[in-house]
Design a binder for this molecule. Structure first.
Ligand SMILES: Cc1ncc(COP(=O)(O)O)c(C=O)c1O
Length: 440
């Protein structure tokens, strides 16, 4: 009699997993998830692993949060999803009001599902605004070296990570990448407060693009996929001033940093600046359902506001724009972050994680360039040997020990749920240390 195939075999027969070399699955099989709760993912045979990266940086309140489940069920009792063009409802209006209170100047919200769709929307709104104004010269973007904004073609154009971008270079939009970036290790570096030494050179290079650029896009303060690199808040401030001075829009991609991750509600708050377009996703629903939002200001909105026949309407649409289930969760996420003071908690656990990572570095001698911002810490593995994927080996070992790390190349980082308890963090420290020791 034929044996029934295992779930893993059935998976590998049909599923092309995201961000993966599928050949890797020959030796490191997909983990079979049974359940997830708080900071833990439960696997087959009762094994539990710590979600040390909040499942690609979105599970900011952990898994299966009872209040989020309650909000979802309450919305489900009313309706799940209704087209947002020409309709409205209490949930989406409440969410929009809440989001607009995150800044002083942004008072309009446009909804989508994925982070990259929000990026595409912000890029298109910027270009479209120029079109309406008859400013046809401004059609290039400025972005940061080593930045990342998603995988769709527009988002890839303004991303600077070769492995994701290279195959498509010939088709991408023109982008100028700023370098060098004044990177820091924490808020206590001098560069954090003053990046004069860098700015003089950067500004000269930027000036060459002042008349042809529609927008500068940044991941404020923390570059995620580029290796959890932190940069000076003074640099962000100066970019804002430069953009204002030259009539260039500033797009803040807070898809990873937004809603408390860096110890402030928005990473832009570290620099006390506000962008022209703000993109949010991931933590917005704490990873329950896909939802993204682009916030912008009245003056940009007004450019598009005219009789239909003038052709000024922003006719971008996604089927699930403003999905009510996702919106109901987002409202409750914002309630919880505020009521439980989770920005403060991000900073508190971040400082502890920083100490832990430094301890691991002392014990193993295998980590350098340790850095921390809010509830994000990162460091590079040292001693890489050709033909070895050290980060990947650490990842596999850590899973065996009970932690889902998934390093970025040789960058080891923790970005756990903001609600993670201290005992779990301590466990994570021990597991990471053993995993690192074991691969050398
Ligand atoms: C800063 C940033 N922007 C955009 C994206 C793209 O978001 P999504 O994967 O939801 O399309 C990501 C995803 O990791 C991100 O970190």
């Amino acid at each position: 009699m034929m044996q029934p195939s295992s779930l893993i075999d059935r998976d590998l027969k049909h599923i092309w997993h995201p961000c993966s070399q599928m050949k890797d699955y020959e030796i490191f099989r997909p983990l079979e998830v049974i359940a997830a709760k708080g900071s833990y993912i439960e696997l087959q045979h009762g094994k539990k692993i710590i979600d040390a990266i909040s499942s690609w940086w979105c599970k900011s309140l952990g898994h299966n949060h009872p209040r989020l489940k309650h909000a979802l069920v309450q919305q489900m009792e009313k309706f799940e999803h209704v087209i947002l063009a020409n309709t409205t409802n209490e949930t989406i209006v409440r969410l929009s009001e809440r989001l607009c209170r995150l800044t002083k100047s942004l008072n309009k919200v446009f909804y989508a599902s994925e982070g990259s769709s929000a990026i595409e929307i912000a890029m298109k709104m910027s270009l479209h605004a120029r079109y309406i104004q008859g400013d046809h010269k401004r059609n290039i973007f400025i972005a940061l070296e080593n930045g990342y904004h998603g995988e769709t073609l527009g988002a890839l154009s303004i991303s600077d990570i070769g492995i994701y971008r290279s195959p498509y270079t010939a088709t991408l939009l023109e982008t100028y990448f700023i370098s060098p970036i004044p990177y820091v290790h924490s808020m206590h570096d001098d560069l954090w407060r003053n990046c004069d030494a860098y700015w003089e050179k950067i500004e000269k290079k930027l000036d060459a693009y002042a008349q042809t650029t529609t927008a500068v896009i940044v991941e404020p303060i923390v570059q995620g996929a580029g290796g959890m690199k932190l940069y000076s808040q003074d640099f962000l401030k100066r970019l804002r001033v430069w953009a204002d001075h030259h009539n260039v829009h500033l797009i803040a991609d807070e898809i990873m940093t937004g809603i408390g991750r860096t110890g402030k509600m928005l990473a832009c708050d570290h620099a006390g600046i506000e962008p022209d377009f703000l993109c949010l996703s991931k933590g917005l629903t704490s990873g329950w359902l896909p939802l993204s939002a682009v916030l912008t200001k009245q003056s940009l909105f007004d450019l598009f506001y005219d009789d239909y026949e003038t052709g000024k309407s922003f006719l971008h649409s996604h089927t699930y724009s403003g999905n009510a289930l996702a919106a109901s969760i987002a409202v409750e996420v914002l309630n919880i972050v505020e009521e439980e003071h989770l920005c403060l908690r991000a900073e508190e656990i971040g400082l502890l994680m920083y100490e832990y990572l430094k301890e691991i570095a002392r014990e193993t001698n295998k980590l350098k360039n340790i850095r921390q911002m809010g509830a994000i810490v990162a460091a590079e593995l040292v001693g890489n040997q050709p033909n070895r994927r050290l980060g990947y080996d650490v990842y596999r070992k850590a899973v065996e020990l009970g932690a889902l790390l998934r390093p970025l190349g040789n960058t080891i980082y923790w970005l756990p749920p903001l609600t993670i308890d201290l005992a779990t963090l301590h466990e994570l420290k021990s597991m990471t240390e053993v995993a690192i020791q074991s691969v050398f």
